[in-house]
Design a protein around this ligand. Structure first.
Ligand code: HMG
Ligand code: MG
Length: 296
């Protein structure tokens, strides 16, 4: 049985833009965020408090959070104590920490081994929870790593157990380079739903090999009712070579609509948001629903 309702967590302003070569102006990011909220999106990753030397596109994080309308959960990413501190100073109500299952990816992304990152995050998460902040943990390379290949399911579960024992509210489990297949998706998400029945479980698929929508359907069958998606299919991690964008919000919502699953999101309004950002990114946007919208 499929879930009746699904929550979409829009990651376009963060995952979607972090890898964009052209600098996107603060006002254009804010307009993108506003138009996505107008489409009915209530959970969104707005930006990241990361080193501006590592990810220059996110250097305006403080202004983006402070100038965005508070609608539901407004996530900001934080890789360490400094990021969490900046997030709290800007009054973000939800923080996303992130770690890779594989050391080689984590070292390239955060400059630490996975264990070093986890040790450093333990007190950071404790403080956030103590201050009443919603904490989401993003788990990268949960299926494949660009440097180490296939990842063992047990290693993913073990990392998730550590995060749960630290008190996180949500696990967002990612196919960073878009290599998972639907059987792998079903198996991992079934195990996660079974082991962590009281934690929010979210699936985060990149669409590098065009299997993301099939993987989402498999995750739905495993009982997952939360998905990270990106308007226009924008996105990619600068430290995961070969990875392309996230699965497109408008295409996922369209599939869910056609299955009678409620998201509260208006596909046409998402396409309007995509249209607005399209002139500010350096590649054409060619998702299924956006193309139909442009040709209608
Ligand atoms: P480091 O060089 O080891 O950091 O980088 P450090 O602690 O040694 O500090 C060096 C400098 O950075 C210092 O400044 C710090 O103050 C500053 P300086 O004294 O040289 O002027 N610094 C910071 N500045 C702003 N915000 C901070 C911060 N921390 C330190 N939070 C660090 C370590 C984590 C900072 C760096 O590696 C980094 O910023 N990495 C970010 C990588 C990133 O953003 N990746 C993309 C997001 S994850 C993703 O996309 C995957 C996901 O979508 C799921 C999936 O698909 O897999 C979530
Ligand atoms: Mg991602």
């Amino acid at each position: 049985i499929l879930p009746k309702n699904v929550t979409i967590i829009e990651v376009g302003p963060r995952d979607g833009l972090q890898n964009e070569k052209k600098h996107v102006a603060e006002k254009d990011k804010l307009q993108f965020i506003r138009s996505l909220q107008e489409a009915g999106i209530h959970e969104m990753e707005l930006t990241s408090f990361v080193s501006p030397k590592w990810v220059p596109q996110m250097a305006d994080a403080k202004a983006i959070v402070e100038k965005s309308e508070r609608v539901g959960r407004q996530f900001v990413l934080a890789p360490n104590a400094k990021g969490a501190e900046l997030a709290q100073e800007s009054n973000a109500n939800s923080v996303a920490v992130f770690v890779g299952v594989s050391d080689s990816f984590n070292e390239r992304n955060i400059n630490r081994s996975t264990d070093e990152s986890m040790d450093a995050l333990d007190p950071v998460i404790a403080k956030l929870k103590n201050d009443g902040v919603f904490v989401r943990a993003c788990i990268s390379t949960a299926f494949y790593c660009p440097y180490e290949g296939k990842i063992k399911q047990e290693d993913v579960l073990e990392l998730c157990r550590k995060f749960v024992s630290m008190g996180v509210d949500e696990l967002s489990v990612a196919d960073t380079i878009g290599m998972a297949n639907p059987v792998e998706s079903y198996e991992l998400f079934s195990s996660l739903k079974k082991e962590f029945p009281t934690i929010l479980i979210t699936a985060h698929f990149h669409d590098t090999r065009k299997m993301a929508i099939a993987n989402i359907f498999a995750a739905l069958q495993a009982g997952v009712d939360r998905f990270d998606t990106s308007a226009g299919g924008l996105g990619g991690c600068p430290f995961a070579p070969g990875a392309t964008g996230n699965v497109a919000t408008e295409d996922v919502v369209n599939m869910l609509d056609s299955l009678g699953i409620i998201t509260g999101i208006d596909v046409e309004k998402v396409c309007i948001a995509v249209d607005g950002i399209s002139e500010h990114v350096s590649h054409p946007i060619e998702t299924g629903m956006y193309r139909l919208y442009k040709n209608s």
